[in-house]
Design a binder for this molecule. Structure first.
Ligand code: MSP
Length: 644
């Protein structure tokens, strides 16, 4: 059977973070598991390199777009190589063969009448450089992100007839209950489609860093919308549209597209519609995972709390990291990375349960049988345990079909409980003294078999550690041993156990600095930049005093509904009535905390409307990588006191 699994292709505008590592670890584990059970497996990952945002990131970094994309793409590939990620192909959307295949797909959809040329007219926020559908606007006019007024902009565009596929998509979801995993996410997709699909603008004329249109269209003003280009990677990687499309025959349709919940709609709506248009079968599953936070907080560059996978692996070990991520969070739910939780998992699951069990049988077999272990008497003394083990092994793999690694691992760990209990109940050290050698050695062999079987199944999650355990137990993890030990419920052949150093040393204290290194570097850079004396754009004192700055007291404060960023403040600046100031500081200050505190206000700014509300001033604030701080008088001053 063929098994084709993909990760999203990652944008090349920054270094890989824990979210990217999470998807990649799950995909790697599923790919390894499928290879182990004998499936013809293909695992795809790569980088998504086109679009305006990347063009801008390159500019900010003083590099050509191509140079910038090459560099960041290489950091992803190198990281996955360092992490021994078993991908079969790493695709880049700037690859020539990908671009040719994308053009081919565009041509096919165009020829079919599914792509047509028209004008795109919509509500555009100049500041965010984004079009927003009317339904998302606040009060029918304002940008849902920054609160500024949007304007109607009209530009030429090619459109994909998404609206034509509404019915077929709904029928497909209905008929394939496991298309979207976890199943609990299906409704949000269905409801979105039911609310009506507009045709999708699939080209842009405002930038050039994208796949150009097929030559046959003779239209070089447009480049393709980055999501059309990106989604097609899942088939271009198999050679779609080229002479060498054997892999299309062999692996398409994909078994599993793994994605984060934020990009589920693109994969569950646009992508199937594109495939229907191309008359290709649809992928079997789209698996959408949740988001990771750090110590309960959303990660962001500006907060400096991004978890970088390389740093975690360096401090705690790559395979411990993989285990933690897959065990900690039910697939589909959000997860939290904290060093405490991480350390507890390693100490309890890996060190206490798995590691100790291995140490115990190395110790006991060394004492009682010169490290020789034979399974011959296991069924005589441990029939009950064998039955319980077989029952777990019969069902545990089902959890992998739904990507429920946490359940899979939880169940697998029950094997260790059986092993530990057998040791306590049968107390081999007593049996040896009583001369019941067969029974004592049967218990040791039972535990060796438990460790062997668990290692085979755990191989997908911790490939190197389990290979070491298997080696200690005298076998190799292969499809054949999977067949023998798991499927056929057989026991190990006689072997001589090898001593291994403790695999999971206990950890007492957090090993990673709390402030990620990368941010410290960024901070230093920031300071260096500011150390340069300003010589450009100097102003005279008169020019400075054209700005009226005043001390103000916040007398009322509340959140602006539906806005992520804005607070609505009434600020007393010594006038007959307080001024209303709409300030973009909600992410950093609660309304409550501002009440009766003092601020510095730019008092002669032209009033502006934000989210339909008049703002009659601006607060002075300083923002760096640690966040934003309001500038306030050092001692209380009467409201309205001029600053200067
Ligand atoms: N390039 C698109 C995907 C195109 S696929 C045809 C993209 N790239 S991304 O680099 O921004 O995001 C890649 C993945 O990282 C997404 O699945 C996203 O959900 C995931 N994550 C980004 N931040 C995350 C967390 N904090 N936690 C978990 N995953 C997160 O989107």
């Amino acid at each position: 059977m063929s098994y084709y699994i993909t990760t999203p292709i990652y944008y090349v505008n920054g270094e890989a973070h824990i979210g990217h590592a999470y998807t990649t670890f799950i995909a790697d584990a599923l790919a390894r598991y499928n290879r182990l059970i004998g499936n013809d497996t293909f695992f795809l990952t790569g980088t998504d390199e086109h679009g305006q945002k990347i063009e801008e990131s390159a500019k900010r970094n003083g590099k050509s777009t191509r140079e910038f994309a090459d560099e960041i793409s290489a950091t992803f590939k190198n990281l996955w190589d360092e992490f021994d990620i078993s991908y079969d192909y790493f695709i880049r959307t700037t690859d020539a063969n990908h671009q040719q295949s994308v053009q081919k797909a565009f041509e096919t959809m165009y020829a079919k009448g599914d792509i047509y040329k028209d004008f795109y007219e919509g509500h555009y926020c100049v500041s965010c450089e984004t079009f927003f559908p009317e339904t998302q606007l606040v009060d029918g006019e304002f940008c849902p992100d920054c609160g500024r007024a949007t304007s109607i902009v009209k530009e030429e565009s090619y459109f994909f007839r998404l609206s034509n596929y509404e019915q077929r998509l709904l029928e497909y979801y209905e008929a394939h209950d496991d298309f979207i995993l976890p199943r609990s996410r299906k409704n949000e997709v269905v409801n979105f489609v039911k609310s009506g699909l507009n045709d999708l603008s699939v080209t842009r004329t405002s930038f050039t860093w994208g796949v150009t249109l097929p030559q046959s269209l003779h239209d070089d003003k447009h480049v393709m919308y980055v999501w059309l280009d990106a989604l097609l990677n899942y088939i271009t990687a198999l050679g779609y549209g080229s002479e060498h499309d054997e892999k299309m025959q062999r692996y398409w349709p994909a078994t599993m597209h793994l994605v984060g919940k934020d990009i589920l709609r693109f994969h569950a709506i646009f992508w199937p519609a594109f495939l229907m248009s191309l008359e290709l079968p649809l992928p079997k599953h789209i698996g959408a995972h949740g988001w990771w936070t750090r110590d309960g907080e959303k990660m962001s560059k500006s907060k400096g709390n991004v978890v970088f996978p390389k740093e975690v692996a360096e401090h705690y070990g790559l395979e411990n990291f993989r285990y933690f991520m897959l065990r900690e969070v039910p697939f589909g739910q959000d997860g939290d990375f904290s060093q405490r939780a991480f350390i507890d998992r390693i100490n309890s699951d890996l060190s206490n349960d798995l590691g100790n069990l291995l140490n115990r049988i190395i110790g006991m077999s060394g004492k009682y049988s010169d490290f020789h272990i034979e399974s011959v008497h296991v069924s005589t003394y441990h029939a009950k345990e064998l039955q319980a083990i077989d029952a777990i092994l019969e069902t545990v793999e089902n959890h992998l079909e739904n990507i429920q690694f946490h359940r899979f691992l939880e169940e697998l760990w029950k094997l260790f409980t059986i092993g530990n209990r057998a040791i306590e109940e049968h107390a081999p050290w007593v049996k040896i003294k009583e001369g019941k050698t067969d029974e004592a050695l049967a218990t040791v062999a039972l535990v060796a078999n438990i460790l062997a079987k668990a290692s085979v199944l755990l191989h997908a999650v911790m490939p190197k550690t389990t290979a070491t355990i298997a080696d200690a137990l005298g076998f190799e993890i292969t499809t054949q041993t999977y067949e023998r030990l798991i499927k056929a419920c057989q026991l190990l052949e006689p072997f001589v156990i090898k001593k291994v150093p403790p695999l999971f040393p206990r950890i007492d204290e957090p090993l990673m600095p709390e402030a990620p290194k990368a941010m410290v570097e960024a901070d230093t850079k920031h300071e260096e930049k500011n150390n340069e004396p300003e010589t450009d754009n100097l102003i005279t004192i008169d020019q400075f005093f054209q700005t009226s700055l005043k001390v103000g007291t916040v007398v009322e404060a509340q959140e602006v509904p539906k806005s992520k960023k804005l607070l609505q403040l009434q600020v007393d600046v010594g006038e007959s009535r307080p001024r209303q100031v709409i300030a973009g500081i909600k992410e950093f200050y609660s309304a409550q905390s501002l009440l009766n505190t003092q601020v510095c206000v730019v008092a002669n700014l032209k009033p502006a409307k934000l989210m339909g509300m008049l703002s009659e001033g601006m607060l002075l604030a300083a923002k760096d990588n640690d966040g934003l701080a309001l500038i306030r008088p050092e001692k209380p001053k009467a409201a309205g006191t001029p600053i200067g």
